[in-house]
Design a protein around this ligand. Structure first.
Ligand SMILES: [Cu+2]
Length: 151
C-alpha cells in the first residue's frame, strides 16, 4: 500500500500547482517590474517524473520569453541564453534569481505585485515528443536591483 499512499499524498500536495506533461511545477513567480522596464524574469521549481527538457516558453504578456542561465565567469555574473533546461527524473530543478530563469522580453505592461503572468512551457521528452504546460506565475516585489542584461 505504500505506492497508493504516496500517490494520494502527492495529489493533495500539488493541488495548488500546475501538473501536466509529467512535470510538477511549484512556486512559480515573476519579479515585479518598474514602469518603463520592458524586461522581466520568471522563476519556479520543476520536478519531472520522467526525463524531460524545458525547451521553450512564451507568455501573452511578453513579445518573447527566453531560457537563461546566470553564472559566475571570471569573477563576473554573466547571463546567457540556453537552448534547453534539463529536467532529470525526479530531481527538483530550481529556476531562481542568480541562476536559471525565464527572461521575458517586450513586456506589454509592467508586472505588478499580486498579478499573475500566464506562461506556456514546452517540454520535450527523451523521444523528442513535445507537450506544453500552462503555468501562472505570481508577481512578487523583490528587493535589490534589476537584473542586468548584457545583450
Ligand atoms: Cu536573463
Amino acid at each position: 500500500m505504500k505506492t497508493g499512499n504516496w500517490i494520494i499524498a502527492l495529489s493533495l500536495a500539488v493541488s495548488a500547482n500546475a501538473w501536466a506533461a509529467g512535470v510538477r511545477i511549484d512556486e512559480a513567480w515573476a519579479r515585479a517590474t518598474a514602469p518603463g522596464q520592458d524586461v522581466g524574469g520568471a522563476f519556479m521549481t520543476l520536478t519531472a517524473d520522467t526525463e524531460l527538457s524545458l525547451v521553450e516558453a512564451s507568455s501573452p504578456m511578453a513579445s518573447s520569453v527566453e531560457l537563461h542561465n546566470m553564472a559566475m565567469d571570471k569573477g563576473m555574473m554573466v547571463m546567457r541564453r540556453v537552448d534547453r533546461i534539463a529536467l532529470p527524473k525526479a530531481k527538483a530543478v530550481r529556476l531562481a534569481p542568480g541562476g536559471l530563469h525565464l527572461m521575458l522580453f517586450g513586456l506589454k505592461a509592467p508586472l505588478k505585485a499580486g498579478e499573475h503572468v500566464p506562461l506556456t512551457l514546452t517540454l520535450r521528452d527523451a523521444k523528442g515528443k513535445t507537450e506544453t504546460v500552462e503555468v501562472k506565475a505570481e508577481v512578487r516585489e523583490v528587493g535589490g536591483g534589476m537584473m542586468h542584461h548584457p545583450h
